[in-house]
Ligand binder design. Structure first.
Ligand SMILES: [Zn+2]
Length: 147
């Protein structure tokens, strides 16, 4: 898939651009372009998790979706990250109350593989990481601290 297709919609409210954009990739000139299989995974994630969440709460902000290997390395993502396969998204949370609403809604109403509060220890940043895969979603929940 090439850059011309960045406007492609993956689902009614989420574009390929939104699910692949990255300030780090732009700054470093990394082409963060998913292959067809990764695009299909992004579509499943949008359809099954992000769209229902948006329908319930209104606009949500995705801070990281698909990451190619070089981008994942630069942002120090783990080597097995589901972002590498287009199966995961990080969702911006503005405050604790909102984050608990998102968390509980996904946990109680949706199918997902992993639902994690991720906190970066160096700057205290907190976000919600959610993933979905085509088969065998594990419904794992937890809190993860990253260096
Ligand atoms: Zn993540």
């Amino acid at each position: 898939m090439d850059n011309k297709n960045q406007n492609t919609m993956l689902s009614p409210h989420f574009s390929l651009w939104e699910m692949t954009r990255s300030g780090t990739a732009e700054r470093l000139g990394i082409k963060n372009i998913p292959n067809d299989e990764e695009v299909e995974n992004l579509k499943l994630l949008c359809k099954n998790v992000l769209e229902p969440l948006r329908e319930r709460f209104g606009r949500i902000i995705i801070t990281s979706g698909f990451r190619c290997e070089s981008l994942n390395n630069r942002v120090k993502g783990v080597a097995t990250s589901q972002h590498l396969h287009g199966q995961a998204a990080d969702i911006h949370i503005s405050n604790r109350e909102t984050s608990m609403r998102y968390f509980n809604f996904i946990k109680d109403h949706l199918v997902f593989d992993q639902l994690l509060f991720e906190r970066k220890l160096s700057n205290g940043c907190l976000w919600l990481h959610v993933s979905y895969r085509a088969r065998n979603n594990r419904r794992k929940i937890g809190v993860v601290s990253l260096k």
